[in-house]
Design a binder for this molecule. Structure first.
Ligand code: FAD
Length: 427
């Protein structure tokens, strides 16, 4: 029996594990997790908002892992207020749908909690252990394939950063996230005919979003995510020690700098009974090599955030992590009796990078930078025409390959956006 070890039990590790166990190839699968299922449910914040597009939830559906989307707090698209400068008067508004179907951010704490129990019920072995580098080596020595799905934490350093594919070597934003209830009139009905992810971009300051969030309690809540540029007017979360501190800081910013939505959000309170409904931090977006070579002479393969870590700005990280888990599991299942060696890992990583990773990463990074000239053309057309926004702008968040070359090449942008631009801008 092929012995597969997975270090880290986030969404990527769980999807990978379930996919292997549900194949008819007879894998022996072990997950090493530094958290018990009950820790996941009760004692930690979610590792991210993880708003998922419908195509990503389809992966869970296909594996029989989706037990929540039929009742989720649905997200259908984006309502964006874009201000080039925080103190300027100019504001560009874009509304558009991701597509016909709904996505959603479903609390990963309850998903992982159930998935780990289901994994054991299916015959998987769950070992609760904070794996060290030395233990990873021992685990790999006894396994046919070892996968590192430990997120962006310390152990990910077992696999070197890919200097060519990683663009940044330091965090591009600080991050503060909190989940609130009590915003039930917080649907943005008068501004969008769908339930949006509410984006606010300030070119010189940072960004913040509201994401419809299905809390582990089942409540329909909203998850706020602030992405301050260091030293700017949004950089106010450093001293926060509780969810209420973070909400207070966020509210002070919104009241002054996003008055258009103050009435919608002002009644929001941290979710009752969940002291972990917030987090803050920062990390550099990073792409890792296809494998790390361990002292035992065996390679270890990155999965999910360990393979590609995204700044949350473009809602790509969790979506990519889950696609990556499914993609790699398909490759493992199709491998037959051939070895899971470094050469194979390189081929798989390159194939995933070409299929999805590179486009998702490049698009996400575009959002971290001053908007390209081509991007301004695309944004202008999306602001001016709803069907363009649906088809060529917001609709592409779920399939970032379709953003290219239009977000980087002015001629290409004009070729699709030209007819939709306001007359003056098109000339
Ligand atoms: C604030 C924020 C908001 C986000 N919003 C979105 C969004 O809207 N949409 C989106 O698509 N993505 C979003 N993301 C990204 C998304 O959350 C991640 O891409 C996703 O959670 C990655 O899943 P993962 O399984 O790879 O890693 P993780 O979820 O980080 O799971 C890794 C697991 O490994 C465990 N682990 C770590 N070290 C060890 C060890 N030594 N031994 C054993 N176990 C270990 C950890 O405890 C953890 O349980 C966001 C991220 C952040 C930070």
């Amino acid at each position: 029996m092929t012995k597969v070890s997975i270090i880290g039990a986030g969404t990527a590790g769980c999807i990978f594990a379930h996919a292997l166990l549900k194949s008819d190839k007879g894998f022996e699968v072990t997950i090493y997790s530094d958290r018990t299922p009950e820790d996941w449910l009760d004692n930690v914040p979610p590792t991210g908002t993880a708003a998922l597009y419908p195509e990503t939830i389809d992966i869970e559906r296909g594996l029989g892992m989706d037990h929540w989307s039929q009742d989720m707090h649905e997200m259908h698209g984006v309502l964006l207020d874009f201000k080039p400068t925080i103190d300027g008067d100019q504001k560009i508004v874009v509304a558009g749908r991701f597509g016909e179907r709904a996505g959603g951010a479903i609390d990963m704490r309850m998903r992982v909690h159930r998935w780990l129990h289901d994994f054991e019920d299916m015959g998987g072995k769950l070992i609760i252990e904070a794996v060290s580098a030395a233990r990873a080596d021992e685990i790999a020595a006894q396994s046919d394939l070892t996968v590192l799905a430990a997120g962006k934490g310390e152990l990910s350093r077992l696999i070197a950063r890919d200097e060519k594919r990683s663009v940044y070597n330091r965090p591009q934003r600080k991050l503060a996230m909190y989940i609130v209830e009590g915003m039930d009139e917080g649907r943005w009905d008068d501004r969008a005919d769908f339930n949006p992810v509410k984006f606010n971009f300030y070119g010189d300051t940072g960004e913040y979003f509201w994401v419809p969030f299905t809390h582990k309690s089942g409540k329909y809540t909203w998850c706020a995510l602030f992405e301050p540029k260091p030293g700017g007017k949004m950089d106010i979360f450093d001293d926060c020690k509780t969810a209420q501190d973070a909400v207070d800081a966020g509210n002070s910013f919104i009241k002054e700098h996003a008055p258009w939505e103050w009435d919608v959000v002002k009644t929001g309170k941290p979710v009752e009974g969940d002291p972990f409904c917030w987090l803050k931090g920062q990390f550099p977006p990073t792409v890792r090599h296809a494998y790390g070579m361990l002292p035992c002479g065996k390679p270890i393969m990155p999965l999910g955030d360990t393979a590609i870590t995204f700044d949350p700005i473009g809602g790509q990280g969790g979506n990519c992590a889950q696609r990556n888990a499914k993609f790699v599991s398909d490759m493992v299942i199709g491998r037959g009796d051939a070895p899971f060696d470094a050469y194979w890992m390189q081929q798989v990583m390159d194939a995933f990078w070409g299929w999805h990773g590179q486009a998702a990463y490049s698009f996400n990074n575009i959002l971290l930078e001053p908007l390209t000239e081509a991007g301004q053309i695309m944004l202008g057309a999306a602001a001016n025409n709803r069907s363009f926004a649906d088809k060529h702008f917001i609709g592409n968040f779920t399939k970032p390959k379709d953003f290219f070359p239009y977000m980087t090449d002015v001629e290409a942008a004009l070729s699709v956006a030209g007819p939709y631009l306001p007359q003056q801008a098109a000339e």
